[in-house]
Design a binder for this molecule. Structure first.
Ligand code: ATP
Length: 332
């Protein structure tokens, strides 16, 4: 079985703006995969290429082995997308919107009705089935976006910031629904700005920046990479700063009676530090170990040397792909 997503050397230029710059990524079938990156890193563009809303400039992109352009329909039929923006037909009852969508994917009417009910139940808005989209609350709209992504029973569920701006309760609810789907075998690709979300849900995370992947790893591997901060509080302020010698110490700063040590693994280093301090006539009164958070690792990996914050997604700068997008959105 081919991977759910495989892209190699993926490039997308919008006029002069290079949104994807040789992206390589493989998302294994069945995984819960997170895509993290600062604003403007190219996450939405990547998703848009996968679902055929945007034409790639170069490279390959396949979904379950189907080329996203040459085998567009097969690739697209495998994907359920919950986009960031509410691109919904607002004037029909939401169940009808789901049935239209199923119909567009070739599902007969009876089955479409059953699937629409099932998707609405799963997303927790079945009792709103006869209400039009405009009249739903913000949280219900998010639920509806998930229901719409699910109505075709996709093998690959793509969620572009599904919990942006929702309250804590709904966020947890959505996490549960998505996790259940993944447990049942659906591959999930999730973009998010909530690092905690990626840490909790994802088996693997890709951090992308300026249209390239910076790193791909499990959340645990990433935080391990960040290492620990070990703070040693001395009983009294030393007359001369203590000297510590161990190759596991990456940096040491002394401020008054506090030593701050950066190290890959603090717990292994503590006995040696205590021993060396003792030899210099110092006693530790307290010790604190802090693991670098995924958030700190993320900031570190994507910090731009030139201070460029990245270009925000700017509607005015969009080129003719927007017309493609509008056209395709009708069926999205
Ligand atoms: P965010 O986290 O803010 O949603 P993102 O990672 O999804 O950002 P993209 O929306 O893919 O990033 O944008 C990548 C780059 O491409 C940005 O510099 C953006 O301004 C630019 N861009 C995106 N769409 C278009 C377009 N249609 N026309 C011109 N430039 C675009």
């Amino acid at each position: 079985m081919p991977p759910a997503i495989r892209v190699e050397g993926l490039v997308k230029d919008y006029g002069d703006v290079r949104a994807l710059d040789g992206l390589d990524l493989t998302v294994p079938e069945g995984s819960f995969f997170g895509l993290l990156g600062p604003n403007g890193a190219g996450k939405t563009t990547f998703i848009s290429v996968l679902v055929g809303l945007v034409r790639k400039t170069d490279g390959t992109a396949e979904v379950f082995g189907h080329d996203v352009e040459d085998d567009y329909q097969q690739a697209r039929d495998a994907i359920g997308l919950a986009p960031q923006e509410f691109n919904v037909d607002r004037f029909f009852p939401i169940k009808e919107v789901l049935m239209h969508k199923a119909g567009y994917h070739g599902i007969p009417e009876d089955e479409a009705s059953e699937r629409a009910d099932a998707a609405l139940k799963r997303a927790g808005i079945y009792d709103k089935r006869d209400v039009r989209f405009d009249w739903l609350s913000g949280g219900m709209k998010r639920r509806f976006m998930l229901a719409r992504a699910l109505v075709t029973d996709p093998d690959l569920l793509i969620l572009d910031e599904p919990t942006a701006g929702v309250d804590v309760e709904l966020r947890h609810d959505l996490w549960e629904v998505i996790t259940d789907l993944n447990d049942e075998g659906t591959t999930v690709l999730l973009t998010t700005h909530y690092i905690e979300e990626a840490e909790r849900l994802c088996d693997e995370v890709a951090i992308i920046d300026s249209g390239r992947n910076v790193t791909v790893a499990t959340p645990d591997e990433l935080t391990e990479k960040g290492g620990d901060t070990l703070t040693v509080f001395l009983e009294s302020e030393p007359a001369t700063p203590p000297e510590l010698d161990d190759e596991r110490i990456e940096s040491l700063t002394v401020e008054g009676d506090e030593l701050v040590i950066r190290t890959p693994s603090a717990s292994e280093l503590v006995p040696e530090v205590v021993r060396q301090l003792d030899a210099q006539g110092q006693t530790a009164s307290d010790i604190d170990i802090e693991r670098t958070s995924l958030e700190e690792v993320f900031v570190d990996l994507t910090r731009r040397e030139d201070g460029d914050e990245g270009e925000a997604t700017d509607d005015e700068s969009r080129d003719d792909d927007e017309d493609d997008a509008r056209e395709a959105e009708v069926h999205a």
